[in-house]
Design a protein around this ligand. Structure first.
Ligand code: X8Z
Ligand code: ZN
Length: 581
């Protein structure tokens, strides 16, 4: 490098350092305002968070532009990566025009508030019930008419979002175009160290590999639901009515286990009952999850985590109950925000969330622009990977299960996990298939709802309990649509977590089947996991994947390996059943 080049390098480095310092400052401001909004939803906190977000976006755009103009030859590979990251670091870009920017960030904050405040008073009862309460009813009630009423009531909450959602799409696209993307969906697809079209092809490939597994589970569940509810309610070979699936979006089905599992596939244990019998508190549940990470050699969570997190739903104000993990200062002010209920499902969600927090702590020494996961699917997969190690053997080791489920109960265990994870796969895939098409204009506002249901039927094989129309806005009844959170990350995570788990099982030299393997207490597994997490976003994600697994691609065989015994059994169970819809 000659003198002039060295000077160029030093100037570019200085600009990027300054950029990282400034964006860190604005990100902290924005996170604090968001935190206050999410834990105290009022018009004022909504306005403050939208303002702070607008400032962060404005600065990010200005700096991305300036960084793009730095002489290419002046950038080291690491600096060039930072410049690329700058352009795709945010899920929302507002237009430079001030009024348009305020309208856009204001709309997103408003949709979040509408979602957070949403409630419905089921027919024949007096009090309005929030999403958590309505979701609980979906897991407990078994009368189809009441279930349909609850489902429709919640979906009514999203109707008023529709006109403003349309504006949000137009404005977000305008912002994305100003920084050189054809639309916001293309921007979202540009965060994966490959061409956006390559990424779309890659997830399509993995979906094709997983589709037969999902269809086998779907056929089995449909047949058992038909036995239970009768042929008038559940068709023999058509889509399953979504309100029967024990989840508002039909995205996970584990609450159906007592209804569809029997004999060899009966539930192996009831963790919810145990937690309740012991009066386990939300805080106790978080402590269990923390102890798992500590057993792998991670540090205990900072004192501020315990002081500043929100673990339970406050009774005196509106909050965003949808669980999330936060990193307020991008160093160690990590927090959990969740309205914890004492159930097995929430026990798993807590592990999911702490996975985010431990990832944040692991990459805190990276430069600011690399303080993120290898790709967003990695962030979603870490805690789920740990939850896969919450086996009966582990639960009995920590005293949460009297007796380890004997070997004969593997089908019940696998069926529970399949109802949670395999059932999720098409939903994880289609939410952003829909949004990609909405942003690109392939789906027009006049067909928002019909196109949503076309995808829901095609991929999930489910149907709404009653006719829907374009007066409805059912996508907005899902948190991530209302809150502008990209969703393909969860599809990725549902593959990656099985790749991580399979690799960790090899590291601990597990002898039995994958679903019986727990890495609890294994220091080597912990060290290997930590070294991947500590990379943050400093390298392309295939490098991070390779670090832990030796693999460089998304690979559905890890899912197949995990569920193999169940898949063989399902095939036999489905012998006389129609498969598909
Ligand atoms: O939103 C979440 C987490 C927070 S990142 C609770 N999940 C998705 C959802 O609830 O729809 C986890 C799995 C899918
Ligand atoms: Zn998450």
């Amino acid at each position: 490098m000659d003198g002039i080049e060295a000077k160029g390098r030093a100037e570019s480095a200085r600009y990027l350092d300054e950029t990282e310092a400034r964006l860190l400052e604005l990100s902290i401001e924005s996170s604090r305002a968001d935190w206050v909004h999410a834990t105290y939803v009022t018009p004022d906190t909504e306005a403050l968070s939208s303002r702070a977000y607008g400032r962060l976006i404005g600065e990010t755009v200005a700096r991305a532009r300036a960084a793009n103009a730095l002489p290419a030859g002046s950038l080291s590979p690491e600096m060039a990566r930072k410049v690329r990251m700058l352009r795709v670091s945010l899920p929302l870009i507002a237009p430079a025009d001030r009024a348009a920017s305020e309208e856009l960030t204001g709309t997103v904050a408003w949709m979040q508030s509408v979602y957070a405040r949403g409630s419905y008073a089921p027919s024949g009862s007096g009090e309005p019930i929030d999403l958590q309460g309505l979701s609980r009813l979906l897991t407990e009630v078994r009368e189809p008419n009441r279930l349909a009423d609850v489902w429709q009531g919640w979906h009514g909450v999203a109707r008023p979002m529709r006109p403003r959602f349309e504006r949000y799409v137009a404005l977000a696209n305008a912002g994305s175009r100003e920084i050189g993307f054809p639309d916001t969906g293309a921007m979202w697809r540009s965060r994966y160290d490959m061409e956006p079209s390559e990424f779309a092809d890659d997830v399509a490939r993995v979906w094709r590999d997983l589709e037969p597994l999902y269809r086998a589970l779907h056929a089995f569940v449909r047949a058992r639901l038909r036995e239970h509810y009768g042929p008038e309610v559940v068709p023999a070979d058509g889509p399953i009515p979504v309100h029967l699936l024990g989840n508002m979006w039909g995205q996970t089905w584990e609450h159906l286990l007592p209804l569809v599992g029997r004999g060899t596939s009966a539930p192996a244990y009831d963790l919810t009952a145990t937690l309740r019998a012991r009066a386990t508190t939300p805080l106790d549940m978080v402590r269990y999850a923390e102890r798992f990470f500590v057993s792998l050699g991670f540090e205990t969570l900072p004192a501020t985590f315990w002081e500043r997190s929100m673990f339970a739903k406050p009774s005196d104000r509106e909050v965003v109950c949808h669980a999330s993990a936060w990193d307020l200062d991008f160093v160690d002010d990590v927090r959990l925000k969740m309205c914890i209920e004492t159930t097995e499902e929430e026990f798993h969600v807590i592990h999911h969330e702490l996975g985010h927090n431990y990832y944040q702590l692991a990459y805190r020494t990276q430069p600011f622009l690399f303080r993120d996961s290898a790709n967003d699917g990695f962030h979603e997969a870490v805690g789920d990977t740990i939850a896969l190690s919450v086996t009966p053997e582990y639960l009995s080791r920590i005293g949460l299960l009297e007796r380890t489920a004997p070997p004969g109960q593997d089908l019940g265990l696998l069926l529970r996990t399949a109802l949670e994870k395999l059932a999720f796969v098409p939903f994880g895939y289609l939410v952003d298939l829909w949004r990609w098409k909405v942003f690109s204009g392939e789906i027009e506002p006049s067909e928002y709802n019909a196109s949503w249901w076309a995808l829901r039927e095609r991929y999930q094989g489910i149907a709404p309990p009653a006719a829907r129309s374009e007066a409805d806005f059912d996508p907005g009844a899902k948190y991530h649509v209302a809150a502008n959170v990209p969703y393909m990350r969860y599809f990725l995570a549902h593959v990656l977590q099985f790749q991580f788990h399979r690799a960790l099982a090899r590291i601990v030299d597990a002898k039995g089947p994958l679903h019986r393997c727990s890495i609890y207490g294994n220091a080597e597994a912990g060290a290997r996991l930590r070294s991947m997490l500590a990379m943050g976003a400093s390298r392309p994600w295939p490098d991070a994947l390779e670090e832990l697994t030796g693999e460089r691609r998304l690979d559905a065989t890890a899912v197949v390996d995990y569920f193999r015994p169940l898949l063989e059994w399902l095939e036999r169970e489905n012998r006389d059943q129609p498969v598909g819809w």
